[in-house]
Write a protein that binds this ligand. Sequence first.
Ligand code: GDP
Ligand code: MG
Length: 438
Amino acid sequence: LGKALNNALRKLARSGTVDEATIKEVVRDIQRALLQADVNVKLVLQLTKTIQKRALEEEPPAGVSRKEHIIKIVYEELTKFLGTEAKPLEIKEKPTVLLTVGIQGSGKTTSVAKLARHLQKRGYKVGVVCSDTWRPGAYHQLRQLLDSYGIEVFGDPNEKDAVKLAREGVEHFREKGVDVIIVDSAGRHKEEKGLIEEMKQISEAIKPHEVILVIDGTIGQQAYNQALAFKEATPIGSIIVTKLDGSAKGGGALSAVAATGAPIKFIGVGERIDDLEPFDPKRFVSRLLGLGDIQGLLEKIEELQKQQEFKEEDVEKFLKGKFNLKDMYAQLEAMQKMGPLKQILQMIPGLGYSLPDEAIRVGEEKLKRYRVIMDSMTEEELEHPEIINYSRIKRIARGSGTSTSEVRELLNQYNQMKKMFKSMNKRKLAKMAKKFNL
Ligand code: GDP
Ligand code: MG
């Protein structure tokens, strides 16, 4: 999936001009990549429709090229698609009891060992309980994985009662005073109903803080039903999606689980004990798209956004009616570079103002002339342009070596901008002023 998505974006990067046809082709490539990863068709269509719409309609912020902006859109929408926020596993109480459930072969036992090691590395004392009475060798499988790390495994290969084992195991580790107890269950059921039933039985006995469903990532979009049934049955469920290394269907499984709203906390990316990663949609998507490409871009956009935030002060000024020639000049100069005011105004929800371009954009040459003219003004004139009468205009024109019509043009520009802000919907502006704490 990563490779196909990466290729789609590379193609975009190589293309000359970015027109509607280019955008549609990129969207088609993304569509194909997602479908091949077994992502649900409906989800794919929704996602690519949004990407296409945004790519066609949104103007890239100044300083950002159209290509870069499209990459950012793809990144944002894919991230949203997978849940946006990372939801880390929290260990609040001591001991915290975790119960894993999942169909046999999903990677439960392996994930229990990985998780135990993950928590041990973070300084927690961990105990693991094997309550799998179904599979011979389950206990030894865990010991083989964990003995060398000094993580104790509680179990009894001869015991036949899983619930009893789970209860005794948790009791054992409570007495030992560990921080986290992880219980591995049998998961011999092939369908969702049996799985939930088993979870409820053991749950009742040990009252876990969190039940973790382990889902095999190679089943693709079939993961949806498992995750949904589980989410409906338990309020404290989180999910580990395994075998995302090398599986073509990983994207399907991840998006299917995300679509249910159940939190994916870890992903399994290999057979070794260290092959477990806390799931962070942002990081995951960055990597899918090629980290190097996207990282620099995101930093650049972040930097631009910081600059824009700074410009919000200017917006406040306009709203308060404190808008003088100096402000105008600073604003025109800034807009020369990046056109922030227009974007800020457009970014403000509910304002949705479309500003006439000619009112806020002047050419570089003109701006230089304005500078020259303004240099011949007094401080008072710059701060209170309304006092500039005809004799002052003549003086300024003479002093700056320009003409009275040029000075008037500057003043016209100023009045036009000022009027524009004044004419904006008062109610909306008031709302916005409140937002800005004015
Ligand atoms: P259980 O029956 O749910 O306890 O599943 P196991 O933990 O015994 O795992 C079943 C098989 O899947 C084993 O061969 C594991 O090595 C393998 N496995 C588990 N997680 C991963 C993973 O993230 N990547 C890969 N490649 N294999 C995995
Ligand atoms: Mg097992």
